[in-house]
Design a protein around this ligand. Sequence first.
Ligand SMILES: Cc1ncc(COP(=O)(O)O)c(C=O)c1O
Length: 436
Amino acid sequence: MQNAAMTQDAPTTRKGPADWYAGGLPHIWLPYAQMKTMTAPLPVARTDGCRIILADGRELIDGIASWWTACHGYNHPHIREALVRQAEVMPHVMFGGLVHEPALHLARRLVALLPGGLERVFFSESGSVAVEIALKMAVQFWRNQGRERTRLVTFRGAYHGDTAGAVALGDPQDSMHGGFKGLPTVHICVDLPTDEPTTEALRDTLERHAETLAGIIVEPLVQGAGGMRFHDAVVLRRLRELADRYDLLLIFDEIFTGFGRTGTMFGCEAAGVVPDIVTLSKALTGGTLPLAATVASRRVFEAFWSDDPRHALTHGPTYMANALACAAANASLDLFAREPRLKQVRAISAQLARGLAPCRGLPRVKEVRVKGAIGVVELDRIDDLDALRGRFIDEGVFVRPFGSVVYLTPAFTIGEEELGALTAAVVKVVGGLSGG
Ligand SMILES: Cc1ncc(COP(=O)(O)O)c(C=O)c1O
């Protein structure tokens, strides 16, 4: 159904949903959407495992896991029980001057999971904010030592979030934030050092600008929302070497890659590289509540440890370390500890590779690639994104292409049959696109 439900004063009723849909929709503003022309959003009644159940009774197999957060599937009983318990004791208390068990327990567990040296956790409530905090940490790290180094090196194809500071770290040309080109971009955006010429170019940039640079920020192994592009672990080792040589902080934005998505618990683990700062969010709470963490190394933290109050990190979100969210995250980590999630990722990876292989050779397909539990079919272009998304719904699956990619990032708990239905739908829908 096109447009009708999005008009300002004449909401359309759909088959199934109750008044909440027709009455509320005219007052909602949706993300990354041209509200006038977009296809009306689907009313969801509930979720269950890897299924999204619509208000009209239709069930969709979910290929995205809610922007890759719901790694254990929806409504996992262990997380639900932890939430109910925490809600009875204390849903939230401010984190200024106060601390609580779920947050401290979680901080300790995250530090134990991350590679050695990353040991101070600063909580916030979204990935973009975690990136903002990493940026401020990096700048203030130098300022506290009497040095003015305010810019970061970022990479073409990068995406680090939607807030203004995070937007400035994304690719200024080829990204969904191209419309913000006018915003001041104080950072330097270069190609990822994937080969000799790009490594040389990066070295040259560092040679010329190191004095003004605070650090380098990268999404390890996968540039996600910027196009689902993969790179090898060797790139990350190169970045560590260059950061050391030019005395720069290395920041890994693991908001997408953290918690198993690429096959190891964190991307930095696969590379055998320890960054100075890591950002985490998304699957941290198993897709239940917003929570993020910016984790700093001892070296970074020590630059803030001082008798001078001006050396303190100047940040403090109201809902920082929300107790319910921390309880959910602890329950999610229990599941990683007790269930074979990484083994499931390996099985998903193999099945994605098999299931998406028939896309190779289809008229519009440029590349098929798989890393961990991420399957990508890159097309030459997508002319009508809304129509393509609609075709997936008609197939009974929720798959949401963007840019020129069709991708799958399912829950790690997805069954073989459900995953088979997802890959078959991708092959069928992509196969139905006319060439040219
Ligand atoms: C690598 C990366 N960084 C940051 C963000 C922003 O996170 P959020 O949407 O929670 O602000 C995202 C979201 O997709 C991401 O993939």
